[in-house]
Ligand binder design. Structure first.
Ligand code: ZN
Length: 267
């Protein structure tokens, strides 16, 4: 009965969307797509969309979008991904204008903060219905932690890198950052017992790498990252977190911080 379904009614048909990119996570190896980045953003009505998979570093340079850039592309709903907002990019990505930080991020706020979730507890509740992205306001930042993790990718990824190299497909192996960064905070939920959640934003890893390059010492780089996330951000910025679930852990309602939104505090 396919003929009865028009293009616009079919949930899985291709459609064109305009997205303001707000999230780029650090690339992870993936068996099917070499390496993938979770990119997400909001549409003009402030609702969220995840573009997955995107082999970001392998996109032609002209299609490598930045945060807070509007892009236009065709997408198809992921059939196997249980997360409502997951769409697969299709064809070329057209890059439109970027929104700047004028008037303390006024225009960014207009789109990004249109739908703030009252609490992480509520967002977790909604994840049972497939919701997998959202913005929350932390009430209080309690701590920022840096924990060492392996500096090597798992054996199965190492093997894959080698294999890809043989076929000349992998230009430069992805650098594994030997730390994980987390925030401990309370959200605005009435019964909030506090959360400790990992930050998977590309920005924090980039900051670490830059600081390591500048100071040549891991300890100093960690000190600088901590200074920004634990001291400067809570003191000077009006913080919001972009939260997202991973496909693997979506059914558990496990959210990670996939982006930090940080306009200045307005007094
Ligand atoms: Zn909470």
């Amino acid at each position: 009965m396919d003929y009865l379904i028009s293009d616009t009614d079919d949930k899985f048909s291709k459609k064109k969307v305009k997205v303001l990119i707000t999230v780029k996570t650090y690339p992870l190896p993936s068996k099917t797509y070499q390496e993938t980045v979770c990119t997400a953003g909001v549409k003009e009505d402030g609702t969220w969309i995840r573009l997955y998979p995107v082999s970001f570093r392998y996109l032609p340079y002209s299609q490598q979008y930045k945060k807070y850039q509007w892009i236009e592309l065709e997408v198809v709903k992921h059939e196997k991904d249980p997360r409502n907002e997951s769409y697969k990019p299709y064809g070329e990505i057209k890059i439109l204008g970027q929104i700047g930080t004028q008037n303390n991020w006024e225009e960014r706020k207009r789109y990004v903060l249109k739908h703030i979730q009252p609490s992480l507890e509520l967002l977790k509740e909604k994840s049972k219905g497939g919701v997998s992205l959202g913005v929350i306001k932390p009430k209080e930042i309690l701590d920022f932690t840096v924990e060492p993790v392996s500096g090597e990718w798992k054996d199965k990824w190492q093997a894959l890198f080698k294999q890809l190299k043989l076929f000349g497909e992998q230009q430069k192996p992805l650098e594994k950052i030997p730390y994980k960064f987390s925030y401990r905070f309370t959200c605005c939920g009435e019964n909030c017992a506090g959360h400790k959640i990992m930050i998977e934003d590309w920005e924090i890893y980039a900051l670490y790498r830059n600081m390591l390059k500048t100071y040549g010492s891991k300890d100093k780089a960690i000190e600088k990252v901590t200074e920004q996330y634990l001291h400067r951000f809570p003191k000077e910025k009006d913080l919001y977190f972009f939260m997202g679930t991973t496909r693997k852990d979506h059914h558990r309602g496990t959210f990670v911080i996939i982006g930090v939104f940080w306009p200045k505090k307005e007094i």
